[in-house]
Design a binder for this molecule. Structure first.
Ligand SMILES: *[C@@H]1O[C@H](CO)[C@@H](O)[C@H](O)[C@H]1NC(C)=O
Ligand SMILES: *[C@@H]1O[C@H](CO)[C@@H](O)[C@H](O)[C@H]1NC(C)=O
Length: 171
């Protein structure tokens, strides 16, 4: 009886060790392009509150995005690495603070076919915004980690923005 329990414990300890030793840490950097203007926006409003237009923080607007993710900062000439698909919601009543819910879906390079899920608060006028990586698929199965977003360019006239995402993942 006692030895059976010991065997189970040993087996569990071995499994634990294998899980830990095969874990990898990956850092990736991509540029996220929020195009809200023009004839072919990749980020569109789908709902707003009656009070959204008069709110200084756009409180209540819900956007759906299918934004390009590129290797370098240029939307036109940098290599396309994937898409950021999901939604963001202006969830701050007094300060512009977005709730981001996104899948980064990779379509090129060594992560082609894999994805990561990001959820977090994005106070866009703060220099560095940190969000949680809550999971992933493909090579990013079991992923957890964090993403740091820094605005690269913001066109105040059109609202279009390019944001650098540095993502640190254990998987
Ligand atoms: C708010 O602004 C949008 C975009 O300018 C407009 O389409 C919409 O009708 C406005 N809504 C209200 C409630 O004023
Ligand atoms: C990504 O993977 C898909 C499916 O395997 C493949 O069809 C496609 O050519 C790949 N794209 C690149 C840029 O390697």
């Amino acid at each position: 009886m006692a030895s059976a329990a010991l065997l189970v414990l040993l087996a569990l300890a071995t499994m634990q060790a294998q899980t830990t030793s095969s874990e990898k840490e990956t850092h990736l950097k991509v540029y996220w392009h929020d195009v809200v203007s023009g004839q072919d926006p990749t980020s569109v409003p789908v709902a707003r509150a009656a009070t959204t237009n008069t709110s200084k923080s756009a409180f209540g607007v819900v956007m759906v995005m299918d934004n390009s993710l590129t290797e370098g900062p240029s939307l036109d000439s940098s290599r396309l690495m994937g898409r950021a698909q999901g939604t963001y919601i202006a969830a701050g009543k007094d300060q512009l603070a977005l709730l981001m819910l996104m899948n980064f879906v990779f379509t090129a390079g060594k992560y082609n076919g894999s994805s990561i899920a990001i959820v977090g608060r994005n106070a866009v006028f703060t220099e560095v915004r940190e969000m949680a990586v809550v999971g992933g698929t493909g090579v990013f199965r079991w992923a957890r980690g964090y993403a740091q977003a820094r605005t690269h360019t913001l066109d105040l006239k059109t609202g279009d923005a390019t944001v650098e995402y540095n993502i640190f993942i254990r998987h």
